[in-house]
Design a protein around this ligand. Sequence first.
Ligand code: SAM
Length: 182
Amino acid sequence: MQGEPEVAVLRLGHRPGRDDRMTTHVALTARALGADRVLLPENATDAVETASDVTGRFGGPFAVESTGRTVSILEEWEGSIAHLTMYGEPVQTVEEEVRAAHREEPLLVVVGAEKVPWDAYEHADWNVGVTNQPHSEVAALGVFLDRLFEGRALDREWKGAERAVVPKAEGKLVEEVDGDGE
Ligand code: SAM
């Protein structure tokens, strides 16, 4: 979130075809729920395109980066690292520690796809479970970010948007940001 140390989300791994939708939703969830940047594997071309397009239409700031690096990002990261894994400590147990660290320095949030390399567990300052049940990187990321920001990301302002959704009890309304309704 603007004015705070950076939160970047790293998607470790991507299986073209099988993971296209999930990797895209990791990027869209990172953007919508307060992260500043997402780092996607360079073979996740669809996800990079979709997340960049959504940022262009509905605003930012949000950086979408494609990378061929994995473990070296963890080794060179200057800040704290939270690796989301069903095997980790309960998020409710570590969330305050993570928030305190994030008040001081950037935070890298890591989610896996296929088999996660042991390096992710070893380099993490926290291995965090959103329950210790198997579910998905998207759900885990959503819950984690909401707890990290304590709901503040739900009210964030978007800059440079071409359009914005007008919340309605029924139906759908999307307005051009220059004021003409659709
Ligand atoms: N089979 C892979 C492994 O164990 O390395 C993980 C597959 S899982 C569907 C993909 C990702 O979802 C995990 O790497 C983790 O980031 C996330 N995930 C799934 N369940 C989770 C949980 N209960 N808590 C936190 N993250 C979770």
